[in-house]
Design a binder for this molecule. Sequence first.
Ligand code: PMP
Length: 439
Amino acid sequence: LYDIASTDNAQVARGERFGANLKLSYKAPVMLLRGWRNYLYDQYGRTYLDAYNNVPHVGHAHPRLQAIAARQLQMINTNTRYLHPAQIKFADSLRARLPDHLDHFYFLTSGSEANELALRLARAHTGQKHMIVQDHGYHGHTTGTIDISPYKFNGPGGEGAPDWVEVVEVADPYRGKFGYDDPCAGAKYAASVDDSIAAIDKKGAGLAGFIAESFPSVGGQIIPPEGYLKEVYARVRKAGGVCIADEVQTGLGRLGSVYWGFEQQDASPDMVVLGKPIGNGHPIGVVATTKAIADSFVNGMEFFSTFGGTTLACLIGAEVLDIIDDEDLQKNAETIGHHLLDGYRILQDKYQIVGDVRGMGLFTGIELVTDPAIKTPATHLAGYVSNRLRAHRILIGTDGPWDNVLKIRPPLTIDHKDADLLLTRLDSVLHEAQIINDV
Ligand code: PMP
């Protein structure tokens, strides 16, 4: 298996076998052969601190998930056309953690697939086609989800917004027109949704729904002002649409003080979409919705996904939810998240290139700028910092419309000692980046 142990050879082999838009992270890509909690190990056995991956939510290679997979694969792993108690178990585990009205579930294999289905459900329920989406949002790589993802349709290779999609601005208190100092910023940003509703009306069309990440992650780890989503949802519902919360990145306790992003916004969605962390690496997507919406979807056409809701997927999903509770990982996200944010703020005081520091729990971002007064995005410096940290064997990412936001969202198992290592290294690498900016 490991004939291609050299990273150079592996890169050449990839180039000969896969399309060039399959990207690698870092200028010096890493080959990772093992994982454990929030650590990764390369082909030489060297350790990396994983401060980036949100999929291994309860940590890489969790022994409880290994045990379940090993046992279940010896018994049976089949689909939802047959009865199995695991289906009920997973649905009930989700039910216990979601608002009461979200009590019907669809099991799928990815976030993209789940968002694609959420789109169909919204249309089936409302009988309308048009969607309102948030700028820079990302909801998946399929044809339908690219159409609701400005990050893709307005990015390289994109073809712009389809005629059934309206884009609202991100409620970004750092860069947007209503700042941190405006106590009414949430309501003011939300009011702009009315322009999209009016635009749909003008076309003589109707609104199917609104979809957004509860906190924009691909948009740059943004914490929307208080009450923003609640107000948006009210306006969307008044116009006849349903509200979809993409909680792929923000759900399941990552935010620390709340289990779901929409809770922090005092908002109550009609559909919640889950992906990546719910399977901790096993491919699982979920749409949670109301009975009324599920009923509207019963139109004679069967709903079936071969690998959505397999026996093993249901058992793993339910186990991930239990592990989060048993290991108190939501609390850990809150504690370590505070510690990291305090540390980032000290670095912000030290380095002018740190324009903004934000986050909740282990959903955090540091926005780099070349000039704090005019907030010029420092894309090159963000790339520099992430590559230099990689050289120190600490993995983070970059994101946002200008790719100038350091994205730090580790598995929820990260502890104080790991966080301190990250902060120490970040300090020295930001020091280098500040010098690059100053010369
Ligand atoms: N929604 C969000 C917010 C995501 O971050 C992602 C994946 N990055 C998706 C949807 C798509 O999920 P998947 O890659 O599992 O299809």
